[in-house]
Design a binder for this molecule. Sequence first.
Ligand SMILES: Nc1ncnc2c1ncn2[C@@H]1O[C@H](COP(=O)(O)OP(=O)(O)OP(=O)(O)O)[C@@H](O)[C@H]1O
Length: 236
Amino acid sequence: MLKLEGVTVRFGGLTALRDVSFSLAEGEILGLVGPNGAGKTTLFNTISGLIQPQGRILLKGVDVNRLPLHKRARAGIGRTFQIPQPMHHLTVRENLVVAQAFGAGRHDPGRIDEILSFMELARQAERNAATELALQELKRLEIAKALAIEPKLLLLDEVLAGLESQAKRQFMLKLKELHSHFGLTIVIVEHDIETIMNLCTRAVVLNFGQLIANGTPEEVFRDPAVIESYTGAAHA
Ligand SMILES: Nc1ncnc2c1ncn2[C@@H]1O[C@H](COP(=O)(O)OP(=O)(O)OP(=O)(O)O)[C@@H](O)[C@H]1O
């Protein structure tokens, strides 16, 4: 489904991603892990088209690296942002209509109703998205907007952060449901090891922009290089 070959991103003198390569099979849920500043969001920005890196990004065998943002969305790449970004002055439903027009290039009210109902936002559909939603509802809207573009690959950036444990468990169940209901391949950035173990079929770990581990969550979290990257022992 997705293949990254030698992806490198530099911001001036800082190399945020260095020669990152891995692939992802259809239907996988991949955990993207690493300490703060490791390059996780930068990697999402390169896959979704906000940043053009050196290297190749292949979606179903086609190099999408030169495609602009909206064409990347139309190719089937949907994403959420770490800080929910609803469109101001629009209702929840209107946010989804705009996302669908941008990403899918069409208006399908039936699909929007399905997403609203699936993400438990039907009751909030006519509310102002920026001012009348609680944090959990905003997080659900962030995912709903990504679903409205009709993705095949969904990139979730810390969607579980800030939720207390009961809400987190419920949200995790919702993610598992949407994975099967919409037939998605998912990459999720998440710091909590238990969540990765529970949700993901595989994990890759970044540290200082380099991929340092790639395997099952069990393998990855046993890896001494990964443990060192979190404890800082490698740099002590
Ligand atoms: N637009 C930018 N300009 C300059 N430096 C940047 C830019 N975006 C990110 N960086 C730097 O690139 C590195 C990787 O940042 P990134 O946000 O991708 O890390 P992250 O793993 O997502 O971190 P976190 O877990 O804190 O969200 C950091 O050193 C960051 O300061």
